[in-house]
Design a binder for this molecule. Structure first.
Ligand SMILES: [Zn+2]
Length: 300
C-alpha cells in the first residue's frame, strides 16, 4: 500500500505499448520491456511519424531558425509566454513543450527560468537538431502529442501554434491533462478567427483557425479550469487582414518564408505596437479580437 502511495506521488511515464505506468527515471517499460527508439540521438516515441515532415520541406526548419530570432512576432510571443508562466504558475519547476519546432520558445523560457527542468518534444525530427544545437542543456525527444508517454509528470505544458495542425486536437488536450501534475498549468497559443483563413493557413497545413468559444469548450471538456483567455495580435489585425486579402487575390505562388521577411524598420514598428498590446494584457484586459489566442488553464 505504502509502495503504491509512493509510486502515485512520483514522476511517472506511461508505456505506449502496454499502458502501464512506471517511474519516469527508467527508459524501459518494466512489464513489456519496450523502450523508445533512437532517431539521430533523440528518444523517439513515434518513430513512424518522425520523417513525415507534415508537408514541410526540410529547408523550412533551417530558414525558420534563422528568421524567428529577428522577427517581432516570435520575439514578442516569447515575452508573452514568459510573462504568462510567471503570472499563472510562478512556482513551476518542470515544463514540457509540445511541438517545439526549432526550440525558439524553449530558449526564451530557459533564459528567463534557468533552474526549470525543460523538456522539448517534436513529431518531426528535422526540427530537433536545430533545437538541440540552440539549447544543448535542454532535453529533447521525438513524440506525438496525441500519445504522450508521461503521467502526472510536469508542472506546466505548452503548445504554441501547434493544435491548429492536428485533426485530433481534443485528444492532445486530454493527453496534456494526463501528463500534468495536479494543479499543473497548460498554456496554448493558436490562430484565431476562421474568417481570417488564407493561403498562409493552407501552406502551414493548418486544419482550422479557432474561435475563443471553441478553444474554451475543448479545454474545459478535458477537465481544465480556464485561468485566462485573451486575443493577441489585436492592434495589427487590420493590417494582417489586408495582407491576407491581397494574398487571396494574388495568383503568385505563395512563399511562407517571404512573409516572414519584413524590413527592419517595419519590424521595429510592429514590435512597438505588439509590446503595447502585451502591456494591455498584463494590465488585466482580455482582448476580444486578434490574429491569435492565448489560453492559460489549470488541471483540476
Ligand atoms: Zn510496456
Amino acid at each position: 500500500m505504502n509502495w503504491l502511495i509512493l509510486l502515485s506521488n512520483s514522476l511517472m511515464k506511461r508505456c505506449l505499448a502496454c499502458g502501464v505506468t512506471f517511474p519516469s527515471k527508467s527508459l524501459c517499460c518494466p512489464v513489456c520491456g519496450v523502450e523508445p527508439s533512437n532517431i539521430d540521438g533523440f528518444a523517439a516515441y513515434a518513430p513512424d511519424l518522425a520523417h513525415s515532415g507534415g508537408g514541410f520541406k526540410a529547408s523550412y526548419f533551417a530558414d525558420l531558425a534563422q528568421l524567428e530570432a529577428r522577427h517581432f512576432w516570435f520575439q514578442v510571443r516569447n515575452q508573452l509566454i514568459v510573462w504568462a508562466l510567471k503570472a499563472y504558475c510562478p512556482q513551476f519547476r518542470s515544463f514540457l513543450e509540445i511541438g517545439c519546432g526549432t526550440g525558439y520558445v524553449l530558449s526564451g523560457i530557459a533564459e528567463a527560468y534557468p533552474h526549470v527542468k525543460l523538456q522539448g518534444s517534436e513529431i518531426f525530427s528535422a526540427g530537433l537538431a536545430f533545437a538541440a544545437e540552440r539549447q544543448p542543456t535542454i532535453n529533447f525527444m521525438q513524440m506525438d502529442g496525441r500519445n504522450i508517454p508521461f503521467v502526472d509528470e510536469f508542472d506546466a505544458i505548452g503548445a504554441f501554434d501547434v493544435l491548429e495542425h492536428i485533426e485530433e486536437d481534443e485528444q492532445v488536450i486530454v493527453q496534456m491533462d494526463k501528463a500534468l501534475k495536479h494543479n499543473g498549468v497548460v498554456l496554448i497559443t493558436l490562430p484565431q478567427h476562421p474568417w481570417m483563413w488564407s493561403q498562409t493557413d493552407s501552406y502551414a497545413h493548418h486544419v482550422r483557425r479557432y474561435t475563443a468559444k471553441e478553444l474554451r469548450g475543448k479545454v474545459e471538456n478535458a477537465g481544465f479550469q480556464i485561468l485566462r483567455i485573451t486575443s493577441f495580435m489585436s492592434l495589427l489585425l487590420p493590417l494582417m487582414f489586408l495582407s491576407r486579402l491581397r494574398q487571396r487575390q494574388s495568383k503568385a505562388q505563395y512563399d511562407p518564408i517571404s512573409e516572414l521577411k519584413i524590413s527592419s524598420w517595419l519590424n521595429t514598428i510592429f514590435k512597438v505596437v505588439f509590446n503595447l498590446e502585451r502591456m494591455i494584457i498584463r494590465f488585466g484586459l482580455s482582448l476580444l479580437f486578434g490574429g491569435s489566442l492565448l489560453l492559460v488553464a489549470k488541471k483540476i
